[in-house]
Design a protein around this ligand. Structure first.
Ligand code: BGC
Length: 762
C-alpha cells in the first residue's frame, strides 16, 4: 500500500539525515567502493533508494526529450516515471517541470536537465573542430566555461559534451563535433573542455556536469557512414581512441555517453567489456553512463536484443545506467525484469545510486530551481561574445597565401563583391548543434566585412547558389528550415552573383558546406564543394578579378581543383556568433591567423583515410609512389597553418642524450618571429620509436605550445620528455610499456617538421 506523500517525504528526509543504511555489499555494487560508501552523497542516495519502489527506481534511470513536437512529459514527471529531461532551455519551463517533480511525484526527487551545449547555448563559439584548431586549450576551457554559465543560468545541469571521438575520416560528418584525428591534441582538448564545462568539481556554481561521448570508437565508422559497426584492434582502441576519454575522466567528467554502433560485434550500450570492465574498472570512472538517444531501444533494430525488456536488461547489466529515449522507454520494463528474477535488484540500485549521487553533487536537493531573473543577464553577457570572437579569431587557419594576397588593405578596393551561399547565412555561420542562439547577435561574414569597410567601400553580397542536402537526414525537426528555390530563382541568383563579380575590384568568395551537410547523419561520399559551387567558382574566376577564398565547413574538403587558381584560402570552420567579425579582422589584417589543422587535409576523397600517424611500410622511401594516379601526400599536413609573418624554429637540443628509467630529459628550441608583423606560431613536438616490441606510428604529436611574438621577438620553448610520453599500450603485454631503444624527436610547425634530434631510452 502506498503511504501518503507528506509522510513518505518526512521519512525519507529522516533517513537521509540520520541513519546510515547498510551499504550494498561491495560484490553487488561492482565498482562502488567502500571509500565511496563513506561519501555523504552515496549515503544519502542509498537512504533514498531504500524508500523507492521499483517503478520509481526505473524512473530515475529514464530520460526523455521535452520538445514541442513530441508528446508532453508532464504526467510522467508528476508520477516519478522520469528522472531526467533533455532539450529544455527555458528557465520558466524548467522550473515548471521541476515543480511537478518536487511537488507531485511521491518522493519529490528533483529532475536533472541535460542539453547538447556542444559549442555554446546562446553565444555560439566555433565548432569544436575549429576550437581544436586554435591549439589553445586554455582558451577552449574559457569558452566552455562561458557556455556552461549560460546553460546553468538557464536551468540546465548537464551538457552532452565534449564529443571526444577521434575522427580520421572526413567523410564522417561528426568530425566537426570533435577535436580531429590526433590522440594527444584530442586529450588536451577533452580535458580543457571538461574543466571548462564542469569546473574543478561537480556542483561548482555556474557550471554543468560534462558528459564526454560517445564511448567508444564511434569515429571509426567505415566509409565514414554514421552509426556503422566499427572494427578496431586492441592497440588502436588503447592508443588512439581511448586517450581523450582517459583525459576527460582524469579531469573529473561526471558522465559518459555510450555510443550507438557496435564494436566487437556488441552494441556499445550493452558492452560489459566497454562500460564495466574498461570504463569503470580500468579507467576508474565513477559517474553515471547515459545511452545515446534511443540507444537502448536500438538494440532491437540492430538485431541484438529480442524486445524492449531484453534491450533494457542487457544495457543495465552492462553498466549503462540511464536511458535517453526519443519515444517509448525500454527502461520502463526494468521493474518487471526484477520481479521475474531476470535482473538483480542490486544492479538496478547501483545505477540509481550513480544517478542520485550526480543530482546530490549538483546540489539539486537543496537548490532545485533556477532563478528566472538571472538567465537573461548571463545569456546577454557581452564578455561571452567577446570571448566567442577571440576564440573564432584563434581558430582560423590560413591554408595558403601565395604572393601575400592576404591581408587585404581596407579601402584599397572600392567595390567588394562578397559571393557565396555561406557569406550571409546566420545558421551556417553558427554551425550544427545550435538550438537557441540569438540570431540578431550573430555576425555573418557579410555583416562583419560590411562593418569593417563602412565608409571605405561598397560591399555587394550575393549568395550565387543555394546549398541543400541531396538526401534529408530525418533530423530536420531539430534544425533551421530551408525552402528550396525554383529553377528561375536559382538562375537569377547565379546571374546576380556573376554580375557583382564583374563589377567588383575585389572578390571574396565564401564557399564550403551548409551546416545541414555536417554533423550527425551527414556523411559525405565525396569531399568536393557540394551543389553548384564549383560552377559558381568557375564563373567568378572567369571575370579575371582578384579573388580570395574563405571556407566554412566541418571537415577538410577537396579543394585540389581550386588551390592553383586562387592565391589565398582561409579555413574558418563554422566560426560562431562573432564569426563574421573574426573573419573580417583576419582578411583585413587586424588579426593575424595562427590556427593549425587538427586533421590531415586530403587531396581527394580517394586518399581517405590519410591521418599522419600511420606506421611505416616496408618501403618508406617509396611512400610517395603508392598511387599510380596521384601523390600519396596530403594537400596540407596535420598541424599546418600559415601566418602573415614568418617564423624560424631552431633545431632542438636535449639536456641529456639518454632517458634513464624514471627520469626525464628536457628538449629545448627557440622560436623567432622573423617577419614584420606580430603573430602566433604553434611549436609542435613529434616522436617516433625506431624499433621495439611493436611498430609505432611514423610520427606522433606529443606536445605543443602556441606563442605570440612581436616582430623580431624570440622565445625559448622547452618540452619535458619522460616515460609517460614515450610509452604505449602493447598488445602482447596487455598493458602500457616503455621500450628500450632509439627515439626520433622533431620540432616544427606541422607534422612535416624536419628539425630533428635522437634520444636513447635506457
Ligand atoms: C547524438 C548525441 C546527442 C543526442 C541528444 C544523438 O543523436 O548522437 O551526440 O547528445 O542525440 O541530442
Amino acid at each position: 500500500m502506498m503511504m501518503p506523500r507528506a509522510l513518505l517525504s518526512a521519512l525519507a528526509l529522516a533517513a537521509i539525515c540520520c541513519t546510515l543504511p547498510a551499504p550494498v555489499a561491495a560484490k553487488e555494487t561492482g565498482h562502488v567502493s567502500q571509500t565511496k560508501a563513506a561519501d555523504a552523497a552515496h549515503v544519502r542516495a542509498r537512504a533514498l533508494i531504500a524508500q523507492m519502489t521499483l517503478a520509481e527506481k526505473a524512473g530515475q534511470l529514464s530520460q526523455a526529450f521535452a520538445v514541442p513536437f513530441l508528446p508532453p512529459v508532464d504526467d510522467a514527471v508528476a508520477s516519478g516515471r522520469l528522472g531526467s529531461l533533455l532539450f529544455v532551455s527555458d528557465p520558466a519551463r524548467i522550473n515548471q517541470l521541476q515543480k511537478l517533480a518536487l511537488e507531485k511525484s511521491r518522493l519529490g526527487i528533483p529532475l536533472l536537465f541535460g542539453f547538447d551545449v556542444v559549442h555554446g547555448l546562446r553565444t555560439i563559439f566555433p565548432v569544436p573542430l575549429g576550437m581544436a584548431a586554435s591549439f589553445d586549450p586554455a582558451l577552449v576551457e574559457q569558452a566552455q566555461a562561458a557556455a556552461a554559465a549560460e546553460a546553468r543560468a538557464s536551468g540546465i545541469h548537464w551538457s552532452f559534451a565534449p564529443m571526444v571521438d577521434i575522427a580520421r575520416d572526413p567523410r564522417w560528418g561528426r568530425m566537426v563535433e570533435g577535436s580531429g584525428e590526433d590522440p594527444h591534441l584530442g586529450s588536451e582538448m577533452a580535458a580543457a573542455q571538461v574543466r571548462g564545462l564542469q569546473g574543478p568539481a561537480i556542483g561548482t556554481a555556474g557550471r554543468v556536469i560534462a558528459g564526454p561521448k560517445h564511448f567508444l570508437g564511434y569515429g571509426a565508422a567505415p566509409g565514414g557512414r554514421d552509426y556503422e559497426p566499427v572494427s578496431l584492434s586492441d592497440a588502436e582502441i588503447r592508443n588512439v581512441y581511448l586517450p581523450p576519454f582517459t583525459a576527460a575522466i582524469r579531469a573529473g567528467a561526471g558522465n559518459i555517453m555510450s555510443a550507438y554502433m557496435d564494436i566487437n560485434q556488441q552494441p556499445a550500450v550493452a558492452s560489459k567489456w566497454l562500460l564495466d570492465d574498461l570504463l569503470r574498472g580500468e579507467l576508474g570512472f565513477d559517474g553515471f553512463v547515459v545511452s545515446d538517444a534511443n540507444g537502448v531501444q536500438n538494440q532491437i533494430a540492430q538485431h541484438f536484443a529480442v524486445d524492449e525488456a531484453d534491450a533494457a536488461q542487457r544495457a543495465l547489466m552492462a553498466g549503462n545506467d540511464m536511458e535517453m529515449a526519443l519515444g517509448p522507454n525500454a527502461f520502463a520494463r526494468l521493474p518487471a525484469l526484477v520481479e521475474q528474477g531476470k535482473l538483480p535488484v542490486a544492479v538496478l540500485d547501483r545505477a540509481v545510486e550513480r544517478v542520485l549521487v550526480a543530482k546530490l553533487r549538483m546540489g539539486l536537493f537543496e537548490h532545485p530551481y533556477v532563478d528566472e531573473g538571472v538567465a537573461a543577464r548571463v545569456l546577454a553577457d557581452p564578455a561571452h561574445r567577446d570571448l566567442a570572437q577571440r576564440t573564432a579569431e584563434r581558430s582560423l587557419v590560413l591554408l595558403q597565401n601565395r604572393g601575400n594576397a592576404l591581408p587585404l588593405q581596407p579601402g584599397a578596393a572600392k567595390r567588394v563583391a562578397l559571393i557565396g551561399p555561406l557569406a550571409d547565412s546566420v545558421a551556417d555561420t553558427l554551425g550544427p548543434w545550435v538550438f537557441v542562439p540569438n540570431k540578431a547577435e550573430t555576425v555573418t561574414i557579410a555583416r562583419g566585412i560590411s562593418e569593417r569597410l563602412a565608409g571605405m567601400a561598397t560591399v555587394d553580397v550575393q549568395p550565387g547558389v543555394q546549398l541543400l542536402r541531396a538526401i534529408p537526414s530525418g533530423l530536420e525537426a531539430f534544425g533551421p528550415k530551408t525552402t528550396p528555390l525554383t529553377a528561375e530563382e536559382r538562375q537569377a541568383r547565379f546571374e546576380a552573383a556573376v554580375a557583382a563579380a564583374r563589377a567588383a575590384d575585389q572578390i571574396v568568395l565564401v564557399l564550403g558546406e551548409a551546416q545541414s551537410q555536417s554533423a550527425e547523419r551527414a556523411s559525405a561520399s565525396d569531399l568536393k564543394l557540394p551543389g553548384d559551387q564549383l560552377r559558381l567558382l568557375d564563373a567568378v574566376l572567369a571575370t579575371g578579378k582578384p579573388v580570395v577564398l574563405v571556407l566554412l565547413a566541418g571537415r577538410p574538403l577537396d579543394i585540389s581543383a581550386l588551390v592553383d587558381r586562387i592565391p589565398a584560402v582561409l579555413m574558418a570552420w563554422y566560426p560562431g556568433t562573432r564569426g563574421g567579425t573574426a573573419v573580417a579582422r583576419a582578411l583585413f589584417g587586424d588579426v593575424n591567423p595562427g590556427g593549425k589543422l587538427p586533421v590531415t587535409w586530403p587531396r581527394s576523397v580517394g586518399q581517405v583515410p590519410i591521418h599522419y600517424a600511420r606506421s611505416l611500410t616496408h618501403t618508406p622511401d617509396r611512400a610517395d609512389s603508392l598511387y599510380h594516379d596521384a601523390p600519396s601526400t596530403p594537400l596540407f599536413a596535420f598541424g599546418h597553418g600559415l601566418s602573415y609573418t614568418s617564423f624560424r624554429i631552431d633545431p632542438p637540443a636535449l639536456d641529456r642524450p639518454v632517458l634513464a628509467r624514471g627520469g626525464h630529459v628536457t628538449l629545448t628550441t627557440r622560436v623567432t618571429n622573423t617577419g614584420s608583423r606580430a603573430g602566433d606560431e604553434v611549436v609542435q613536438l613529434y616522436i617516433h620509436q625506431r624499433a621495439g616490441r611493436a611498430m609505432r606510428p611514423a610520427r606522433e604529436l606529443k606536445a605543443f605550445q602556441r606563442v605570440s611574438l612581436a616582430p623580431g621577438e624570440s622565445r625559448e620553448i622547452s618540452f619535458r620528455i619522460d616515460a609517460a610520453m614515450l610509452s604505449y599500450w602493447n598488445a602482447n603485454d596487455r598493458r602500457t610499456i616503455l621500450d628500450h631503444g632509439q627515439f626520433d624527436l622533431w620540432v616544427g610547425n606541422s607534422a612535416e617538421a624536419a628539425s630533428h634530434v635522437m634520444l636513447a631510452v635506457e
